[in-house]
Design a protein around this ligand. Sequence first.
Ligand SMILES: C[C@@H]1O/C(=N\OC(=O)Nc2ccccc2)[C@@H](O)[C@H](O)[C@@H]1O
Length: 467
Amino acid sequence: MICSLLGFLSLPAQNREKKQLKYGAQYKGKREDAAMQKWRSNRFGQFIHWGLYAIPGGEWKGKTYPYAAEFLKSSAHISNATWDSLSYKFNPVKFDPKAWAKMAKNMGVKYMTITTKHHEGFSLWPSKYSEFNVANTPYKKDIIGALVKAYNSEGIDVNFYYSVLDWHHPDWRYDIQSKEDSIAFSRYLNFAQNQLRELAENYPTVKGFWFDGTWDKSIKKNGWWTLKIEKMLKEIRPGVVVNSRLRADDFGSRHFDSNGDMMGDYESGYERRLPSPTDTQVIHRDWEACMTIPENQWGYHKKWDISYTKTPFELIEMLAQTTSLGGNFLLNFGPQADGMIRTEEQQIAETIGNWMKINHPAIYNGGYAKGWQRQDWGYFTQNEKDKKLYAIVFNIPISGILKIQTPEGVSIGKASLLENTNSKITIKEIAKRQINLYLPKQSFPAPFVIVLDTANENKNNYIDAKT
Ligand SMILES: C[C@@H]1O/C(=N\OC(=O)Nc2ccccc2)[C@@H](O)[C@H](O)[C@@H]1O
């Protein structure tokens, strides 16, 4: 079967006759129901990675490990028994879900995705399917329930991250190589299904499920289960949004089935990376990029500067670039074991929030501006609610002139700074579909947004050269 699949996949997609799939994509194109439209309009989200890994914070027996802090168990070769005993120390006495939600609100996120259970297998809610959960710690209380309540009270949608990969559960298998593996792993899949049903039923305002830890052969060989889970969650919570990373098809193809069709409701393969600003392939589907502030730390690491940490302006540019290509941007925070958000992350959140307070019209409900050529100075976004066109500027040319190429038959009537709509920006048409915007003589200490009023126009003052 593998060689026939390799042969099949080596053909150009358009030349392959479609394979009959039982567990492939369930629909084509974008969902247009209200729940998906809300997901899409949110654009900016907060990822939160919190678990037992926050306790050691990347350090073990006096040694600092530079790898992802949430992977310390494997980086430091720690046994299950030793790692699991961290649960007896889990007691975030300073945890204030309302403070977290207020910080998120001020940062300008419209949704939040929380790790209900990461690879370590520790559940942040009192699951009846596993003793390895927050109820059996000194803290005892339901963290997921408290966060859902606090974030929803701030008008922020909550999604659940769930790692199918589970280092703790005795029935987890990386591959199925024996009858025993198969029997154990089916027990595991039932366990995971029960936990997911529990999450969907116990937290009825959940808006999405963000699956992870599905890259191993054991899942690829059980594509049927991934579809069963997607269907179950959508039956319990109609409208709920599920990422492509959950899904494997009949042949183990992930994210996209063996016919090249995306599975799940949005592509979640952009992790710590973005598509190129000119990669317009992505605009044909919903997608999300998830991003760490350090180079690669999702959980809390005691040494903030163990790697490069992105500046607020770099993160704002990633948000702008993502929005300009019709994607969502999910920025990660790794809370401390005591329940506090580290100072560095709070300061970044505040700077981004100050920018969003003025410039959010270019982001919320924002998306790909068809026909507007990407320019070196920044990004265009089209707001599908106010129908306005926004130019988000990061790199002012020495000339002080922003060059724009307009789509055929479209001109720019007016341009002004979003933060000061009385500031008129001079516009000059210099050739066919070529516009100069002359920036006002002032300093621009931060990325800024220009609102462009466009108009359809068919006057043609220019003659194309004959060559
Ligand atoms: C969001 C991140 O997701 C992860 N891993 O994602 C991947 O490894 N993704 C992946 C795997 C293979 C190919 C491409 C992406 C986790 O291991 C990490 O701790 C964090 O939760």
